[in-house]
Design a protein around this ligand. Structure first.
Ligand code: SDX
Length: 428
């Protein structure tokens, strides 16, 4: 919604820029005509102050530590909803009624199998391949199997591709794990919930019956909810940018998985557990906190800090409570949980972290829970990708359906060598 324009003058320019106001959150200055009218670019490496799009899916208030999917607070969704319902909300914007929810669930659950030939795709990887490397490769390859849902201009094909991705990503994730441990792939079981089916595909073996633990099923579903979407984070922006060129949805999600892998982003949950293992005991925490504060040391406290949250990450709070419940239910006494709790306490009292507003983020406790549930740390970011696929396809769908969307093409401030003539070898 337009409001009073912003007048900008100086440096030889004097222009009025439209200002737009959303339903909540900061206003935006519309600079789409800025270059045409001033001959200047704006400069914002890392897009820390740039709204890349208009969206109606997820809203974060970093100062208040609030996160809402389609207006519903994450705490309420964590308590009252389930991941399939959250996928529906992200895709369609409203809570489903009973019939809508049942149909959506059936549509997803009945597409969880992958093309049988895809099984052979895995044998090209080394057994010790990182499962995220496998995910990038196999998800990108889905475009080679599902030609009938790659035309992004066909609404039906867009929906089929979105459902296929949400349905098949847990199957591919569990196959990546099974391949790494030399166990046979487990076919999906449509009689189970999305989370229960994933746990069975991950941990069941042909020799013994597998009973899904309701506690682990609930914890898995909750972890999926907490990781489903998060505004225009690095991997979602990657999916949008890839999609803006018209690339097929499987290629776009594979690009998102690649970006999520970074330790500054989704890879932080694996890096955080590795850090906790390196710290190992509470008495070594001060040494690592000192390193995190030392500008000369590239070490950062994994699981701490956030580009947007300058208060508690609400997901970390829910995750910490879930960690307590899961460890208690499983009777697991994980010394790393004690290290994590003490590290959080020390960091939150340290002036460095207080003044820089560094709080635990979603990745700080997730590793503790996932390890207790039996996942190897190499699978932690894979689980993040399984959950975030629902957010990525929702954001991709919103971008493709936005009549204003164009191919993304940022500009630059060039500080390299201006034009010069080539110098022949004999003259150098
Ligand atoms: C995710 O964007 C999203 O929404 C992402 C995500 C999602 O759901 O998609 O929420 C998921 O990626 C969570 C973040 C996971 N990453 C980590 O836990 C890795 C550790 N955290 C940092 O690398 C860092 O905090 C970032 C990358 C998350 C944010 O980096 P920024 O934007 O540079 O952080 P900042 O500008 O707020 O930093 C302010 C200061 C800086 O110091 P100064 O330059 O002011 O002197 O705090 C320092 C930073 O160096 N700082 C840290 C720190 N994080 C920031 N110092 C020590 N340890 C840290 N973890």
């Amino acid at each position: 919604m337009p409001t009073d324009p912003l007048r900008l003058s100086g440096n030889g320019i004097d222009i009025e820029l439209p200002v737009m106001e959303g339903s909540v959150g900061p206003k935006v200055v519309d600079i789409r005509k800025f270059y045409a009218e001033t001959g200047m670019f704006t400069f914002d490496p890392g897009f820390t102050a740039t709204a890349s799009c208009e969206s109606q899916i997820t809203y974060i208030d970093g100062d208040l530590g609030e996160l809402q999917y389609r207006g519903f607070p994450i705490e309420q969704l964590a308590e009252h909803s389930d991941f399939m319902e959250v996928c529906y909300i992200l895709l369609f914007g409203e809570l489903p009624n009973k019939a809508e929810k049942a149909k959506f669930l059936a549509d997803i659950i009945n597409h969880t199998m992958v093309h049988e030939q895809l099984h052979r795709f895995f044998s090209g990887f080394r057994r010790d391949a990182h499962p995220m490397a496998i995910m990038v490769g196999v998800v990108g390859a889905l475009a080679a199997f599902y030609h009938d849902s790659t035309d992004i201009n066909d609404p039906h094909q867009r929906m089929v591709a979105s459902y296929r991705l949400i349905a098949k990503i847990p199957t591919i994730a569990s196959m990546a794990y099974k391949y790494s441990v030399g166990q046979p792939f487990v076919y999906p079981d449509n009689s189970l919930s999305y989370a229960g089916n994933f746990l069975k595909m991950m941990f069941s073996v042909p020799t013994t019956p597998y009973i899904v633990s309701p506690t682990l099923e609930r914890a898995m579903d909750l972890i999926f909810i907490l990781h489903a979407d998060h505004e225009q984070n690095a991997s979602t922006s990657t999916v949008r940018l890839a999609g803006s060129s018209g690339a097929n949805p499987f290629a776009c999600i594979a690009a998102g998985i690649a970006c999520l892998w970074g330790p500054a982003h989704g890879g932080a949950n694996e890096a955080c557990l590795n850090m906790l293992e390196e710290i190992a005991t509470v008495d070594r925490i001060p040494e690592f906190v000192a390193r995190a504060k030392d500008k000369a040391d590239p070490f950062r406290l994994m699981g701490f800090g956030h580009r947007v949250y300058k208060n508690f990450d609400p997901r970390a709070t829910v995750m910490r409570d879930t960690a307590h419940a899961v460890l208690e239910e499983l009777g697991v006494d994980d010394p790393l949980f004690d290290v994590a709790m003490e590290l959080e306490k020390i960091a939150l009292e340290d002036p460095y972290f207080v003044e820089k507003k560094l709080y635990p983020n979603v990745d700080f406790y997730s590793g503790i829970i996932l390890r207790a549930m039996g996942f190897p740390s190499s699978m932690f970011t894979v689980l993040f990708a399984v959950a975030r696929t629902s957010g990525w396809v929702s954001q991709w769908k919103e971008m493709v359906e936005d009549p204003r969307q164009k191919i993304g093409r940022p500009r630059q401030l060039f500080t390299g060598t201006p034009k010069r003539d080539f110098v022949q070898m004999d003259d150098r």
